[in-house]
Design a protein around this ligand. Structure first.
Ligand SMILES: NC(=O)c1ccc[n+]([C@@H]2O[C@H](COP(=O)([O-])OP(=O)(O)OC[C@H]3O[C@@H](n4cnc5c(N)ncnc54)[C@H](O)[C@@H]3O)[C@@H](O)[C@H]2O)c1
Length: 271
């Protein structure tokens, strides 16, 4: 699917989304770059066009169902036929408060974008993708979706939901020609720490860890290759692969380990 794809990427204005859009264009695809930040999406399109690729901007707040409905019709109009690859990538970081002190505003904000954004994408695009001969959906979750960490409640819940939705969809799509992939990275070198709602202490920690993380271009390449192969799960880094396996063997140990390592790093002391 990733070669000469007709692709729609959400959150294409920065980080992993921009890397997906550029890699797809490099693979001779045409890309609808959507983002809540139109200026950043325009910059992605400019980079693609400067490299000889084909792309356009469609503004879209994934938390708004009507925006995602508009994104689907704008993509069909741009390509002149249905898209055959959807990348539900848009997401925000959040953290720094224990359950009981988070507040419903933050719960709603994070779940609205990270989980409902992906639900909107899957619900609206699934019939469109099914209507094509071969197609793909890539949902960007996180290792936090199976490796819950203290003071990251809404983020972990949202990403666990994305993994579960992807697994459901993959089972429903067997035999349909639509390949479903869920990506579960640990740290990736993007601006996610600064773009979200993270308390001042943890934001420095998250930014430091992200800066040491995997390049978004590598995550994009691995994810597209996995979707082409029909692989459901992508754990791009070694630590993601290891915790994924250990979680299956000794789940309670992972939870204790997360509590211990977070305390050791001072991550739970900020609320
Ligand atoms: N960077 C990491 O360490 C890391 C690790 C695991 C998972 N992820 C996930 O990767 C995805 C991409 O994040 P990133 O690291 O590239 O961060 P980023 O902040 O660099 O990019 C996120 C993009 O999403 C856009 N966005 C935010 N809210 C939106 C909304 N409501 N509608 C549409 N677009 C919106 C932003 O404008 C931005 O362009 C997210 O889902 C994130 O949770 C990131």
């Amino acid at each position: 699917m990733s070669r000469s794809a007709r692709a729609v990427v959400t959150g294409a204005g920065s980080g992993i989304g921009r890397a997906f859009a550029r890699e797809l264009a490099r693979r001779k695809g045409a890309v609808v770059c959507s983002d809540i930040s139109v200026d950043n999406a325009r910059e992605t399109v400019r980079l693609i066009e400067n490299a000889g690729g084909r792309a356009c901007v469609v503004p879209c707040d994934v938390a708004q169902r009507s925006d995602v409905e508009h994104l689907a019709s704008a993509a069909i109009e741009y390509f002149g036929e249905p898209p055959n690859l959807l990348i539900n990538n848009a997401g925000v970081g959040a953290g720094g408060r224990r359950v009981g002190t988070i507040g419903f505003d933050d719960w709603n904000w994070v779940l609205g974008i990270n989980l409902f954004g992906v639900i909107h994408g899957c619900e609206i695009f699934a019939p469109i993708l099914r209507s094509t001969q071969r197609a793909g959906i890539i949902n960007v979750a996180s290792a936090a979706g199976f490796n819950a960490a203290p003071v990251m409640g809404p983020y972990c819940v949202s990403k666990a939901g994305v993994i579960s939705l992807s697994e459901t969809l993959a089972a429903e799509m067997v035999g349909s020609g639509v390949s479903v992939t869920v990506v579960c990275p640990t740290f990736v070198a993007t601006n996610v720490a600064h773009n979200g709602r993270i308390s001042p202490g943890p934001v420095e920690f998250a930014a430091r860890m992200a800066a040491r993380g995997m390049a978004p271009e590598v995550v994009a390449r691995k994810s597209l290759d996995a979707n082409d192969r029909g692989s459901l799960y992508v754990m791009p880094q070694l630590d993601a692969k290891l915790t994924w396996r250990v979680k299956r063997l000794a789940p309670a140990l992972v939870t204790r380990g997360m509590a211990f390592s977070s305390r050791l790093m001072g991550v739970t002391d900020y609320d």
